[in-house]
Write a protein that binds this ligand. Structure first.
Ligand code: C2E
Ligand code: CA
Ligand code: CA
Length: 779
């Protein structure tokens, strides 16, 4: 189906209906007027026929009266008896003139015309209608229409008795054009007289008289079709008359017809005007309806078109249009207000979406996306501003301890505290916030704010104490763009977390450290995956002072990276712990240390290898299993390996650490507390720890020979260890004096450059053999 506009549809429908209606009306009018005209015609003809018949009857009685007067006249009778022709003529003339008869005649009993006033009946001629004379003789009178010398006469015949029948008197009127004209003046119909001669061989009719001229008459009498319609008349201009014939008289010789002709133009004339008026009205109403249809269609389709344009504008994202539709149609009005509602709802939803897209739904602060946008704008406007990053320390712990619901409430409280400060606040993720103050704050003021935010959070019965790490950036000095702001804020927060008062102002070194840290993580991952021998173990022998023997050696990791060069273990071990890589590092160390221990044993030496473990290793149950597997696989005993753990590592989760260390001890391994003296462990705690040795930190040893305070500390540690029955190792012995002092004070082992630097296992084997007989002290 072809698609048309509403406009076209409405127009077509209304116009079509009206045209249909108009045509139907016209046809109806045409048909009914034709019917009417036909009825009129029939009635006209009927009336005319009866008028004609009556006229003839009235003439007949006139003729009868005149003939009676004539035949009763004694003078006339006398004249007939006496055959006084002159008197008879005079009487006939007088009597004929009285009634304007066209024919007066006296006929003898044997049918000879005696006297006549007209040439049609010649004197002495034989009267043609013998039967009629006979009828007249026996009945006393007769009437008839006679054709005499081509003319038609209405006649009456009476017997003249004087006193016996002596002759016939004939009186007649001619049936001629004069009569027909009179008839026409009454009936408005044309009339023609037709005579058909029965005797004549050719049956052709003869027309005696007519109100029409001959040519018209011939055409008119042909048209007897009664089924005439207005169309025929309108379309065929020659159809002018409708005729109807009726038999006037029939004698033995002739038939006389009267043909009445109705002028159709006259008949339809009165209807014609009506037809034209109806047609004009129909055409006008069609035109009017087309116009109205067009107007209505336009009126309907105009607001629809406007609404369609409005919908397109809404679709293109403009929700602020004024929707005004001039319409007097309820449906259009409703549609228009629906559009308004739709626009409003879309606008509301749009702003809701925009809000959700730009805000953190939990705290109703700006989200990361939105704050980035705002910071970019501030840069674009060349503004100077501070950015404060804040992080709830161990927020995951808050969730674990207090539950997610309280965790959320905690975030909301912290968010509200930031909001109260004014300026712009945002939550970046987890427990991380960003705040852009409206004025510039000093570090001291920030510490104040930090304390405000750290105030205990009390929700019902729960009290949550949070620690907030803060990093401060000053733009544009510290950062040039948004990306830098977010990145450096992150770095600063990392620094702040490990800074003593949890607050740092950004320094460019942060960035360098951060980059190096990232590089170390990336490269270490690679080093652990690809067995490129980037990682190595070196060993540093431990000298047993009272025997002078090398009974122990510490395994120390070395990393040479093609990109970063030599990376000291102090640097990358901590990073590996934070990046979750320490497990793999430890696995490598254990595997290599056990392999080397086997090599040492095979070389005939009895040296226990000390492996450094980090706190994460201790708490990871897999580590001990790995160790035992490797030891078993190499057919070694637990005496070949020992472990060093820093004091600070144990402090993080002392209870669990003790449990795990017990397992190590149960497996037969000895354990030393590394870097002893730098931590804060209490003596009571020390007593609980399942360790076998204390390793005095090198910071107390390096200058032991000249530092009285260090000497005091070392002596105290030695005394303490003695009380707890723990063996003591001193590391960082760089000179003979220190070695001597430690020996004199009864320290069991020393380790240091003065004895030997950390060296590869093969070198250590050589070194051990070379130093079997070394005298470490002057005798
Ligand atoms: P640490 O366990 O305290 O190791 C002793 C450190 O002191 C070693 O540094 C060693 O080379 C150094 N040292 C020994 N004698 C002297 C001396 O006379 N003077 C001076 N100035 N230093 C001396 P290194 O090898 O750089 O190791 C640093 C730290 O890295 C170690 O401290 C240890 O905590 C960690 N580390 C090394 N290897 C491993 C390992 O395989 N696993 C784990 N978890 N940590 C390791
Ligand atoms: Ca160590
Ligand atoms: Ca140490």
């Amino acid at each position: 189906m072809a698609i048309r506009s509403l406009n076209q549809h409405i127009f077509r429908l209304s116009a079509g209906l009206v045209v249909l209606f108009a045509v139907a009306t016209l046809i109806n009018v045409w048909l009914s007027t034709t019917e009417q005209a036909k009825a009129q015609l029939a009635s006209n003809l009927q009336i005319a026929q009866s008028v004609f018949t009556q006229a003839l009857e009235s003439r007949q009685s006139q003729l009868f009266n005149s003939a009676e007067v004539l035949t009763a006249d004694f003078g006339f009778k006398d004249a007939v008896n006496s055959q006084d022709s002159l008197t008879i003529d005079s009487v006939l003339e007088n009597q004929g003139a009285r009634i304007s008869a066209d024919l007066m005649a006296l006929i003898s009993l044997d049918g000879i015309t005696i006297n006549s006033t007209s040439e049609v009946l010649k004197v002495d001629s034989q009267f043609a209608y013998n039967n009629l004379l006979e009828q007249t003789y026996f009945e006393g009178g007769a009437n008839a229409i006679l054709l005499l010398d081509g003319k038609l006469y209405q006649t009456i015949l009476l017997v003249v008795n004087s006193p016996t029948p002596s002759a016939y008197a004939l009186v007649g009127f001619e049936i001629d054009k004069f009569l027909l004209d009179r008839m026409k003046s009454i009936t408005q119909l044309d009339a023609s007289i037709r005579v058909s001669d029965k005797q004549s061989k050719n049956l052709s009719d003869k027309y005696i008289a007519s109100t029409l001229d001959h040519a018209t008459m011939l055409k008119a009498v042909q048209q007897t079709e009664v089924d005439i319609s207005w169309f025929d008349f309108t379309l065929h201009s020659d159809t002018r008359y409708i005729s109807k014939a009726f038999l006037l008289e029939e004698t033995a010789q002739i038939k006389i017809w009267v043909v009445l002709s109705e002028d159709v133009e006259r008949l339809f004339g009165e209807f014609n005007q009506l037809q034209i008026e109806v047609t004009v009205i129909a055409l006008l109403s069609v035109a009017l309806s087309l116009l109205l249809g067009a107007l209505v269609a336009k009126k309907l389709s105009k607001p629809l078109k406007k609404l369609s344009r409005i919908a397109q504008t809404i679709a293109s994202g403009d929700y602020d249009q004024q929707i005004t539709i001039d319409s007097s149609t309820t449906e259009i009005d409703e549609l228009s207000s629906s559009f308004e509602i739709m626009q409003r709802k879309v606008r509301e939803r749009q702003s809701q979406i925009a809000y959700q897209a730009s805000h953190d739904l939990l705290t109703e602060l700006n989200n990361r996306y939105q704050i980035s946008h705002l910071i970019t704008e501030m840069f674009n406007h060349g503004k100077a501003f501070q950015v404060v990053g804040a992080n709830i320390l161990g927020f995951r712990g808050v969730n674990d301890i207090f539950g997610y619901h309280n965790g959320d409430l905690c975030l909301q409280v912290v968010a509200a505290r930031f909001k109260q400060l004014g300026g712009i606040s945002a939550r970046l993720n987890g427990g991380e916030f960003l705040w852009i103050p409206t004025k510039t704050y000093t570090v001291e003021q920030l510490v104040e704010i930090q304390h405000q935010i750290e105030l205990p959070i009390i929700i019902e019965d729960v009290v949550m104490n949070v620690k907030i790490a803060m990093g401060l950036l000053t733009c544009p000095q510290d950062c040039e763009n948004t990306e830098q702001v977010l990145r450096r804020l992150n770095i600063s927060l990392d620094e702040a977390r490990s800074s003593p008062d949890l607050l740092v102002t950004y320094h460019q070194d942060f960035e360098l450290r951060y980059t190096r840290r990232l590089a170390i993580i990336t490269q270490l991952k690679k080093a652990l995956l690809a067995h490129h021998d980037e990682l190595k173990l070196v060993y540093q022998p431990k000298l047993e002072l009272h025997t002078g023997a090398i009974t122990h050696a510490e395994a120390l990791i070395r990393w040479n990276n093609p990109l970063l060069g030599f990376v000291p273990p102090d640097e990358f071990i901590g990073i590996a712990e934070q990046a979750g890589l320490i497990g793999q590092v430890t696995e490598y160390v254990i595997k290599t240390a056990v392999r080397d221990a086997k090599a040492i044993q095979l070389a005939g030496l009895n040296i226990c290898i000390a492996v450094n473990l980090s706190a994460k290793d201790i708490l990871d149950p897999k580590v001990l299993k790995t160790i035992l597997r490797h030891v078993k696989n190499n057919n070694l005993s637990a005496a070949c390996l020992s472990f060093e753990i820093t004091e600070s590592d144990l402090v993080a989760d002392p209870v669990k650490a003790v449990v795990e260390l017990d397992k190590f001890r149960a497996a037969g391994f000895s354990i030393a507390i590394d870097d002893f003296g730098t931590g804060y462990s209490s003596l009571a705690y020390l007593k609980e720890l399942p360790v076998t040795e204390l390793k005095i930190d090198k910071s107390f040893i390096l200058n032991l020979h000249e530092q009285a305070s260090d000497q005091k500390i070392v002596q105290t540690i030695l005394e303490l260890a003695n009380n707890f029955n723990l063996g003591v190792i001193a590391e960082g012995v760089e000179n003979q004096q220190s070695l001597q002092l430690l020996h004199d004070w009864g320290c069991r082992w020393v380790q240091g450059y003065h004895v030997c630097r950390p060296i590869p296992v093969e070198d250590m084997l050589d070194w051990c053999k070379d130093n079997l007989a070394t005298e470490w002290f002057e005798q």
